[in-house]
Design a protein around this ligand. Structure first.
Ligand SMILES: Cc1ncc(COP(=O)(O)O)c(C=O)c1O
Length: 393
């Protein structure tokens, strides 16, 4: 048998990869499973998008290749959204790249920028596409441990100079998965300035830009002066519109910075299904109607989950954004053991902090993606596991 490539052998395990199978086995055993693992809500996509998808699927033109250009209407809807939401102007053709979900672009971008000997800075805990993209491009990940005491922000000045001098890409994601941290504007300004000085590409993952509460409005990195010289920003239809399975997103930035990603994509894909692009355009145009109502549901779930986990003995902050609670565990309880027992003994799926990289140890992640009743039930079951593991500690 041919030997696998080293780039494959050195990839870490992908934590969410094994859960569908485990969940199926639990259900087959008759377990009442509460799945709070993936950031994948049980809510419906915008009706306007569903109608549009159905109509577009009946149009044979939509079944043809989208190629790199894709549906012009989708590009234009993205440009309108960036303008309405952030007050930013982007050219729909040269400064926007339609993606097959933002993960696709996030993991492909390193192919355009990193090669052997180049470092990418990867916040840990963090979204695993950054490590995957880097290693598939033969780059060298430098893992930066995010810490609660500095608000889970990356401080470039803590990174050794010899690493910074070899760094090509810094991945940042605020609002953050999994910690739910948000980034203050003055922090983003400092980062953009440093990236410019150091000639580093800032890959700004803004998948949760619309998932925020209590009046907080996450910024685009392009609200920072000078960001167009250093950053590519990634957006997703998935979380904002409950469209995770539809696979649609986009990258935005200057022509010089996003152009290379578009070129890579010409060789690895031929565009998202154009009916999905049409439906995404309708969802984007319906944003002001849909998003506040959707966020109201998530807010109710967040508040219920925070209270329920606190009532069951957990130390947990109420997040300003995202669909995640990042919950600290007592020091003597390894996160993987806790998550495994919670799944096996109580049928609740959560992600251990360690599955987001070693920097995530000491925490577990709950996605508040189901009804308040089920979230409260999950917290009660988690409290029982915590009590069992705490006996005799
Ligand atoms: C931080 C972050 N970025 C990007 C994505 C990818 O989203 P999608 O590929 O569905 O657009 C996710 C999904 O969980 C995420 O958590």
């Amino acid at each position: 048998m041919p030997r696998y490539a080293n780039r494959l052998l050195t990839l870490p395990e992908y934590p969410l990869g094994k859960f569908p199978e485990k969940k199926r086995a639990l259900i087959a055993r008759g377990v009442d499973v509460i799945d709070l693992g993936a950031g994948d809500a049980d809510l419906a996509p915008p009706p306007a998008a569903v109608e549009r998808l159905a109509a577009a699927a009946r149009n044979p033109d939509m079944s043809r290749y989208g190629f790199g250009l894709g549906l012009v209407e989708y590009r234009e809807a993205i440009a309108r959204f960036m303008s309405k939401r952030f007050g930013l102007t982007f050219d729909p053709f040269s400064e926007i790249v339609p993606l097959i979900g933002s993960k696709e672009g996030i993991s492909h971008v390193a192919l355009a920028y990193a090669e052997e000997g180049d470092v990418t800075i990867i916040p840990e805990p963090g979204y695993l596409a950054y490590v995957g993209g880097t290693q598939l491009a033969m780059g060298e990940p430098y893992r930066y441990a995010l810490r609660p005491e500095n608000g889970f922000l990356v401080d470039l000045d803590e990174i050794p100079a010899d690493v910074l001098s070899r760094t090509k890409i810094l991945y940042l994601n605020y609002p953050n998965n999994p910690t739910a941290a948000v980034a203050p504007m003055d922090y983003l300004e400092r980062v953009v300035k440093r990236c410019k000085e150091l000639d580093i590409l800032l890959v700004y993952d803004n998948a949760y830009s619309e998932m925020a509460f209590d009046g907080y409005k996450p910024p685009s990195i392009f609200e920072v002066d000078g960001a167009r010289d250093v950053a590519i920003e990634f957006h997703s239809m998935s979380k904002t519109y409950n469209m995770t399975g539809w696979r649609c997103g986009w990258a935005v930035g200057s022509k010089e910075l996003v152009g290379p990603l578009a070129k890579v994509k010409l060789f690895v894909d031929t565009g998202a299904f154009m009916a999905v692009q049409a439906a995404s355009a309708s969802a984007l145009d319906d944003w002001e109607e849909f998003v506040p109502r959707n966020i109201a549901v998530f807010k109710e779930r967040r508040d219920a989950a925070v209270s329920a986990f606190r009532d069951n003995g957990f130390d947990c902050e109420s997040p300003k954004a995202t669909m995640y609670l990042w919950i600290a565990l007592p020091e003597h309880i390894p996160s993987a053991e806790f998550a495994e027992l919670l799944m096996e003994e109580e049928g609740v799926i959560v992600l251990p902090g360690s599955s987001f990289g070693a920097g995530g140890e000491g925490f577990f992640r709950v996605s508040f993606i189901t009804s308040t009743e089920r979230l409260c039930e999950a917290a009660t079951r988690a409290g029982r596991v915590l009590a069992r593991l705490s006996v005799g500690a």
